[in-house]
Write a protein that binds this ligand. Structure first.
Ligand code: ADP
Length: 303
């Protein structure tokens, strides 16, 4: 659906993106993941035609980006872009006009979007009375009015309440069921794991890992076994390799987690060692990113 080949971009002397290669398929919820300053916003501004790239090619459905109709793409900016003194409906009308929606079609699209973002009952309310989460949802609604095939969302859940976050997640699931393609940037790994089927890790303007979540895990991380004892039992783990402290217990990395788990279960039972948890642990995206870049994503928050 979207092919990004060798895309680079600098601001004055600063390289923001260096030779990015990414393919995004129709129906993907594609996660662009990386710490603040990695280059995510630059890439999605280029995809949304807000910025021009210096080198490389981008095609959407095999058409060069420059020749693609702007109606194909909806862009939800990170900063909320609403007129606070107007109602939800008036804000939507403004964006509907930008997309040349008129009369019956405009009314129908506005009704559908208000339903999608769960703000039908608040349509006549002034935006300044809205919570942060409601504003975020309306911000998304503004990008959905023209019914784009591709929705690009820049950190849409920063600083919002759990209910609005849940609402945005279910909106994304519904859009995907309609065949829409979502490009989603975030530095919250847990939400990318929940929402996205494929991801690109970006660090210092480069793609450092790319593919489905399972491909990335297979390529860049080992599975493990996690054990938590009722009381401290570290000595018994000395016979196992690659033991590290994790949470309230220990994790052992291994290529064959089931075999290790069986061996440990057998041993703990034989030695009457009480355990709280013993399970196969899948590598988390956060750990993989840390391993690949040496940068914790949360560090980005402080920038
Ligand atoms: P992210 O979205 O991952 O936080 P950005 O794309 O915003 O990253 O930024 C990538 C790099 O480009 C950063 O080093 C940032 O400081 C720099 N940058 C972003 N926008 C500008 C700009 N308008 N002028 C100069 N440098 C910029």
């Amino acid at each position: 659906m979207i092919q990004i080949t060798g895309v680079s971009k600098s601001y004055k002397n600063k390289n923001a993106l260096q030779a990015i290669d990414i393919d995004i398929q129709q129906g993907d919820c594609f996660g662009l993941v990386g710490p603040n300053g990695a280059g995510k916003s630059t890439l999605i501004k280029i995809l949304s035609s807000i910025l021009q790239h210096d080198r490389g090619n981008i095609t959407i459905q095999e058409q060069p980006l420059q020749k693609t109709s702007q109606n194909m793409i909806g862009y939800v900016p990170q900063d909320i872009c609403l007129e606070e003194t107007l109602t939800a409906e008036d804000n939507l009308t403004f964006f509907a006009r930008i997309h040349h929606l008129k009369g019956k079609e405009r009314r129908e699209r506005m009704d559908a979007v208000l339903e999608q973002i769960s703000l039908t009952n608040q349509r006549k309310d002034v935006v300044s009375t809205f919570s942060g989460g409601m504003k975020r949802r309306l911000n998304i609604g503004c990008a959905l009015l023209h019914d784009p095939d591709v929705l690009i969302m820049d950190e849409p859940t920063v600083g919002i309440d759990p209910q609005s976050r849940y609402n945005i997640y279910s909106l994304i699931h519904r859009l995907r069921r309609l065949g829409k393609t979502i490009i989603y940037t975030s530095h919250y790994m847990e939400e990318v794991e929940q929402l996205c089927n494929r991801v690109a890790f970006i660090d210092h303007g480069e793609v450092v890992a790319y593919g489905s979540l399972a491909q990335i895990a297979n390529q860049h991380a080992k599975s493990g076994v996690y054990v938590e004892f009722q009381s401290e039992q570290f000595d018994i783990l000395k016979q196992f390799e690659h033991v590290e402290e994790k949470g309230n217990g220990y994790r052992m990395l291994t290529e064959q987690p089931l075999q290790l788990l069986e061996k440990m279960a057998h041993q703990f039972e034989r030695d009457h060692i009480p355990i709280v948890r013993l399970e196969v642990s899948q590598p988390k995206l956060e750990d993989i990113f840390l391993q690949l870049t040496g940068t914790a994503l949360r560090e980005g928050d402080a920038q």
